[in-house]
Design a protein around this ligand. Structure first.
Ligand SMILES: [Zn+2]
Length: 415
């Protein structure tokens, strides 16, 4: 029998501190609070610490055991970089988390791994292009995914102890080549169309000033528990940090609001699982420090995860919520698919891996993810100043919160 039918859990109801607000109003309040700073909530910033404290307060008021798991990180700021090549000012983007520095001299160039291996001059200004800059290079200490070729490029560059590195990237598809606070050299990105003075002249001279500021700071995952004494747990998670300079409504105040609203709906839960609500801090920070901390804490405990539900990029103003599941056995997959089909505001989506559900997948856990159906359109907005609350459909997020509760109920039917 359906355990919920036996009065083990009250009807979804909001916390007394939230009453008489409904789920939609609660979600609207959360996203407005989280997105109030246009420069976002990057890990290590004051706004990020305030967002974690606000979420902690919300979950505590619902009666959960809540903790902030802290970790060191840096609060980094771009103060604007300046490049002059052959007498011309060249527009540049500072590499996120780069140290500040000044560089000048003849530019050493490499457009392939072979050319990079042949560079000998230490302490030069190096311009990399071509196959070396066609995709973002993973941070050198990033544990979750790190191709050998990326590591080799970074270690060859660091061995040359460059004054600075200029990454020339395609104008049609510019990428941020370096985004790594552990790199020893300052760096910037330049679009190909502006790199004429660097690449076509020999020798090319350049003067570069990389101006950044970084301070030691702290971030924290916010984790709320409902311990029913069960052996297994259901994890409901979203990341609370944003890309620097983006208010982060879709990415991911929306996900946080779904986690908090589902926590409110489940506050009287007495079912056969423990519930763990996790607000990860660091999904958009170069080294994922919150995720790394959580993995370290849970290394021996992933086998107790019956399902991890992650929400990221959900609630776009157009379209439905796309739900996907991973590593679920056939019964759970079928039950979740049926659940999704029963909800007009949701649709079964294509698998994707660029968020925190991957962490659970990598550790063998069954997982589900919710994002927006029109993900391609969403991706043009996320990580930009355009990612404001105007991009959201609060009703879609309220449905996603109720969907999360129904996923919990679905698991009950399978034990
Ligand atoms: Zn995200």
């Amino acid at each position: 029998m359906h355990p919920l039918g036996q009065g083990q859990m009250t009807q979804p109801s909001l916390s007394a501190t939230l009453a008489p607000m409904q789920t939609t109003e609660y979600i609207a309040q959360i996203v407005a609070e989280l997105c109030k700073d246009a420069s976002g909530r990057p890990t290590g910033s004051k706004a990020n610490q305030q967002a974690a404290a606000y979420s902690r307060h919300q979950l505590h008021a619902m009666g959960y055991q809540v903790r902030l798991d802290r970790f060191p990180c840096m609060d980094w700021q771009d103060l604007g970089s300046v490049l002059n090549a052959g007498g011309d000012a060249v527009p540049v983007q500072t590499s996120p988390y780069a140290p500040s520095g000044q560089a000048s001299g003849i530019v050493e160039k490499a457009s392939s791994l072979g050319e990079l291996k042949r560079l000998r001059r230490r302490n030069a200004v190096i311009a990399v292009s071509g196959e070396l800059t066609r995709e973002p290079l993973m941070p050198k200490n990033f544990p979750f995914y790190n191709p050998d070729e990326h590591r080799e490029i970074i270690s060859l560059l660091e061995a040359l102890e460059p004054q600075a590195v200029i990454a020339v990237t395609s104008s049609a598809k510019p990428v941020t080549v370096f985004e790594d606070g552990d790199l020893t050299f300052p760096s910037v990105t330049v679009c190909e169309e502006h790199a004429e003075a660097l690449l076509s002249r020999t020798p090319a001279r350049a003067e570069l000033i990389v101006r950044t500021r970084s301070a030691s700071s702290e971030g924290a995952n916010c984790i709320a528990l409902k311990d029913t004494g069960a052996a297994e747990r259901i994890v409901i998670c979203a990341h609370i940090d944003t890309h620097r300079g983006s208010p982060g409504a879709l990415d991911n105040a929306a996900g946080v609001s779904v986690v908090l609203a589902s926590a409110a709906l489940l506050r009287e839960y007495r079912g056969p699982f423990n519930l763990e609500f996790v607000l990860f801090n660091g999904e958009d920070y170069y080294s994922n420090p919150g995720e790394q901390l959580y993995v370290a804490q849970n290394r021996e405990r992933f086998s107790s995860v019956a399902l991890a539900v992650n929400i990221d990029g959900a609630g776009y103003r157009a379209g439905r919520t796309a739900c996907t599941c991973y590593q679920c056995d056939e019964h759970l997959s079928a039950a979740l698919a049926e659940l999704v089909r029963s909800e007009p505001d949701c649709v079964l989506g294509a698998p994707w891996y660029e968020s925190d559900h991957s962490l659970f997948i990598q550790h063998g856990c069954p997982a589900a993810a919710m994002t927006s159906e029109m993900l391609e359109e969403v991706m043009t907005v996320t990580h930009t100043p355009m990612d404001t609350v105007n991009q959201l459909n609060i009703g879609t997020l309220a449905t996603a919160a109720r969907m999360t509760v129904r996923m919990v109920e679905t698991l009950h039917t399978l034990i």
